[in-house]
Design a protein around this ligand. Sequence first.
Ligand SMILES: CCCCC/C=C\C/C=C\CCCCCCCC(=O)SCCNC(=O)CCNC(=O)[C@H](O)C(C)(C)COP(=O)(O)OP(=O)(O)OC[C@H]1O[C@@H](n2cnc3c(N)ncnc32)[C@H](O)[C@@H]1OP(=O)(O)O
Ligand SMILES: NC(=O)C1=CN([C@@H]2O[C@H](COP(=O)(O)OP(=O)(O)OC[C@H]3O[C@@H](n4cnc5c(N)ncnc54)[C@H](OP(=O)(O)O)[C@@H]3O)[C@@H](O)[C@H]2O)C=CC1
Length: 710
Amino acid sequence: MLYIYRASHRQENRPRKRRVRDRALQEHGKQLSCRGRAGAGCLMPSGSFWCSPRGVEGINPELKLCLHLRETSSEQPEHCGAPPEDTPRTLELENNLLLSLASVWQSFYLLRTQTGRQAVTGERGVIPAARAQGRLVGGGRESAATHSFFDSRQRERSLPHQHMSTEPSLERDLDGLGKQATDGHTRLTDISGGTEGGSMASIPEYYASKNVLITGATGFMGKVLVEKLLRACPEVKALYLLVRPKAGQSMEERVSDMMTCKLFDRVREDNPDFHQKIIPISSELTQPGLAISPEDVETLSACINVVFHCAATIRFDEPLKHALQLNVIATQQLLGLAKQMHHLEAFVHISTAYANCNRKHIDEVIYPPPVEPKKLIDSLEWMDDSIVRDITPRLIGDRPNTYTYTKALAECVVQQEQDKLNIAIIRPSIVGASWQEPVPGWIDNFNGPSGVFIAAGKGILRTMRANNDAVADLIPVDMVINLTLAAGWYTAVHRPKSALVYNCTTGGINPFHWGQIEHHVMSSFKRNPLEQAFRRPNANITSNYLMNQYWILVSHKFPALIYDFVLRLSGQKPQMMRIFNRLHKAIGLLEYFSSQDWEWNSENMSMLMSQLTPEDRRTFNFDVRQLNWPEYIENYCIGTKKYVLNEDMSDIPAARQHLRKLRNIRYTFNTVLVVFIWRVFIARSQMARNIWRRRQPWPLAVSRMQHLRL
Ligand SMILES: CCCCC/C=C\C/C=C\CCCCCCCC(=O)SCCNC(=O)CCNC(=O)[C@H](O)C(C)(C)COP(=O)(O)OP(=O)(O)OC[C@H]1O[C@@H](n2cnc3c(N)ncnc32)[C@H](O)[C@@H]1OP(=O)(O)O
Ligand SMILES: NC(=O)C1=CN([C@@H]2O[C@H](COP(=O)(O)OP(=O)(O)OC[C@H]3O[C@@H](n4cnc5c(N)ncnc54)[C@H](OP(=O)(O)O)[C@@H]3O)[C@@H](O)[C@H]2O)C=CC1
């Protein structure tokens, strides 16, 4: 079965385009991807998908046909969009052209398969083949900012390393085969991860026998990355972790502590000796040369194949100088080290979807930086901290904090090396607890919404400024890591000419709103309460500033005063007001993100998914359509209880009992308050009594009725 379609970029045609894709998807289980302006694509018999952003448009520019689907095997072509009245012939011509392209491709594919060269293009080598046949017009777009997946495969890179020099460029796609044969050395086999003669290496096959360098491995995402690599790619050779000593612990102690964490239970079960694959390297990223010893630099330069750069300061209130030091300068230094690595195949940089939060629509491109990073680095170097603090608001401009500002600069720094390295940039939105792996709901920190959920679950947080109808772009950490590993694989195997950006978000595909989050978080914590809650969980979000301030006063500050008063009376140190002040600072920093909407284009995420084998798609699942939000939020809340607060699930009955007690206390308190108000303001004041009578005629009516009955 061969599907052929072409799609215009016109907004009104998108639903139709989606229908075609969905249909093909239903029948083939393949995620299709087509991007660029008007596009044309065909799903090959092998199941692979071919698409050219400009090819057909170049042949027949006046065609503004929205969508056309044709099944060659069935007699009746299905039209998913109305073909233009004046174009049946052109359309026919075009379809014929696509069909002939497809058949050229098929013969080429077969030829390659017969000559055992699948590793070169695999079943995805459609464009090179078609281009080599001189059938496609148009080429890649020029700037990295408009770079697309398909373009990336149409341009040749000047490869930095010898072992990469066998990239199957379009121009030498066919000739290159001869060259390789004379070499007698299938270097492309190296690229595809050691699979011989067969199809493209799967993700675990690719990572087999690779040395991987990870920064930020002791952090939330880094840990999940290490765990997943060890579990899903058991043949990986070694993981080199750049770790600093901290809080009186050496880096070795920190890493061995980390490996005893519950997160690694499944890996430990599969391979009790997994720690042998972990090689900690002492590194303080804010120091010159990343404070890596010369011997370690030599080792890393000689053996690393893939770098995952996760380390960063994610604090929103980080002083600019420090945020710049870690998020930008350290990234620059790491890139410098990466360029020395003789066998580096991919450099994966973790950014954030909010790096460009000053925009409402964010494409998978690297936007011009707010300032040239080098200039800023040079200027801040000589400036006193207090001066930097004073000019920070002016510098960050329309970004909310130094974190998003420096992450945007880091992307620019990474982009500057795209000619020398194979780069992927991952931009996750709000990374939350795990969806499925290694266990549902795994989370180990208070960052982002986790702290808010916990504060609400403990009954401390009662109000927060957020827009009920704004999309809460949460993404589970395991999905981010699956995508990251897949992007590493894809970058190494396909080596896009320029850095490929992956917006790793959910809102555009499977949206969920803050109002819904609030509802599910509250009901989840009522079913599975946290221990020793301060009050019954009952948080409300509002976008109204004044309303929020009112509730802060009534529901936060007033109870805190009473509680601290009671603590004082009982001879203890007051603490509630202090806790609330910290909470207000934290939620004040988060409100920017919960009060507005962004729209991210995540086509590269879909593209990447379409490139995975069915098996890899299961193992490295980042299909956000499969997220069932209520279930995810329930597991998230349970995860905060189990893994952040280390509370035991067996204590839930006691926690429920505690909530009942709090409810009874509240009822009693409210009753006492009503009686008190009655006694003080109503019973004692003649004026209040008069008002009460006028407003409340029912007591008179009741007494009259009683009188009548008597
Ligand atoms: C129920 C209703 C639900 C409705 C939900 C509505 C809205 C959801 C809210 C937010 C969503 C937006 C999230 C946007 C994320 C953007 C995505 C990203 O790209 S980056 C990752 C996000 N980064 C962060 O979240 C970091 C934010 N944190 C900070 O900037 C700072 O930590 C701080 C909040 C300013 C606090 O700084 P401070 O110096 O005062 O404290 P410390 O950091 O030293 O921590 C002290 C102590 O407190 C604990 N802690 C830290 N943060 C929180 C928190 N949010 N809640 C509770 N406790 C927190 C921390 O662990 C320390 O504990 P200890 O001393 O025991 O170590
Ligand atoms: N969490 C989120 O919601 C999101 C995160 N991201 C990005 O994902 C990446 C990982 O974030 P996450 O795991 O949540 O962050 P964490 O704060 O949990 O981890 C940060 C990591 O960086 C390391 N690090 C920090 N400073 C240094 C230093 N000076 N020298 C060496 N290592 C250092 C930390 O090591 P140590 O343990 O020694 O402190 C830690 O391992 C970051 O790049 C972040 O921008 C993007 C979007 C959302």
